[in-house]
Write a protein that binds this ligand. Structure first.
Ligand code: RB5
Length: 158
């Protein structure tokens, strides 16, 4: 499985932690990082990451997923995960779920076949984000009665 990941300025550190964490996951063949190199600006005597607009990053991640022929899932992180999920769900074929607990991370895969996990760096800590990521990567869609519901959602896209 390929993982494509991106974040805004609220989540650079968390994204690096998740990438390092995923490098030990046997299920993953490649991790694509959609952020350009982080630029730092000086503000009030401190160096902080330059702001990045989350819709631009959501677009890069979603387009990679849509255009991939291999098994691929996305991870998008911003302050809350909400902006990323709103943006990602505008793309045809994307089912993005913002999660901050184990139950939702599992069920967004089991029942919703979510292909993008969104998380908030200002909502959950790094350990929790890695835990949710592992669940999102390992859990498979149940299909069955849930497929027909996803087909109904797909019709909204057309
Ligand atoms: C950036 O300050 C913040 O608005 C963004 O990271 C995100 O939380 C939006 O949903």
């Amino acid at each position: 499985m390929i993982i494509v990941i991106g974040c805004d300025h609220a989540a650079f550190d968390l994204k690096e932690t998740i990438i390092k964490h995923l490098e030990n996951n046997e299920k993953i063949s490649n991790i694509i990082d959609c952020n350009d190199e982080v630029r730092y600006i000086e503000k009030d005597g401190k160096f902080i990451p330059e702001a990045v607009d989350y819709p631009d990053i959501a677009k890069s991640v979603c387009e990679k997923i849509i255009n991939s022929e291999e098994e691929i899932r996305g991870i998008l992180i911003c302050g809350t995960g909400i902006g990323m999920s709103i943006a990602a769900n505008k793309f045809k074929g994307i089912r993005a779920a913002v999660c901050s607990d184990i139950f939702c991370a599992e069920y967004c895969r089991l029942h919703n076949n979510a292909n993008v996990l969104c998380m908030g760096a200002r909502v959950i800590n790094a350990d929790k984000a890695c835990e949710l990521t592992d669940i999102f990567v390992k859990t498979e869609f149940e299909g069955g009665r849930h497929s027909k519901r996803l087909e109904k959602i797909e019709k909204f896209e057309n």
